[in-house]
Ligand binder design. Sequence first.
Ligand code: ZN
Ligand code: ZN
Length: 268
Amino acid sequence: MDYTGHIIKMRTTHSNPIKYELLLNEQLICMNDLIKKYIVLEYKNEINCIECGRQTNKSFAQGYCYPCFLNSPRTSDCIMKPERCNAHDANKASQCKDRDQKWAENYHNQNTYVYLALSSGLKVGVTNDINTRWIDQGAIQAIKFAKTPNRFLAGQIEVALKQYVADKTSWQRMLKNDVAYQDLQEMKHELKNKLVENLHQYFHSDDTVHEMKYPVESYPEKVKSVNFDKESIIEGRLWGIKGQYLMFDDGRVFNVRRHNGYAVRFEI
Ligand SMILES: [Zn+2]
Ligand SMILES: [Zn+2]
């Protein structure tokens, strides 16, 4: 069967295992059903911005045209650096707020979580959509660390924890399932003691360790990333899905999210 449309990162449902769905031209394809099957992705040499729909020669920040990259609140610097967000403060300028006040109010002046997760090793992160974030990062376990009333405060906590914990994931190790294990509950309480007093009030009492199981038939020993900027056809037997990556049987991996807005033909 053939599908055509523009790639947008896979929708996920927290079930056992995680359920992945790809929406192509209003048709929802269950990716879990394709494990062990031969699939073909063909790039149609067209990228459309995921915000304004305009055609663009190059994709910026995973799916935006250059004007949207400069103007969308979704590409503000407080996305990568939450500690710079001022959406909560009427007296201070903030890139997200200057770009779109309503958006900033809805997304950055809202309850935000700081979490600890195991993806390749222990990491700290900030998000207002924990389930999606944990799965997109390919975390196998995660725990809430703090809940704050806005993104800025979550960023302050993340900055404090970054001295002790990484904030990045090694995608190669995540995809090989080569995870340096640490006890999340133990680390959570150990790290609480590193926070300055005025941030303690945001510490989250829920110590549930959430587990994520991915639809992976077998993990590769070596991974090689493939993308549409280098080759126009990516095909093979699908061996697993983790994070936003499709894993083919010979260790080639394809980052779906990186190709947001790319027009493709998908053959299954
Ligand atoms: Zn655009
Ligand atoms: Zn912001």
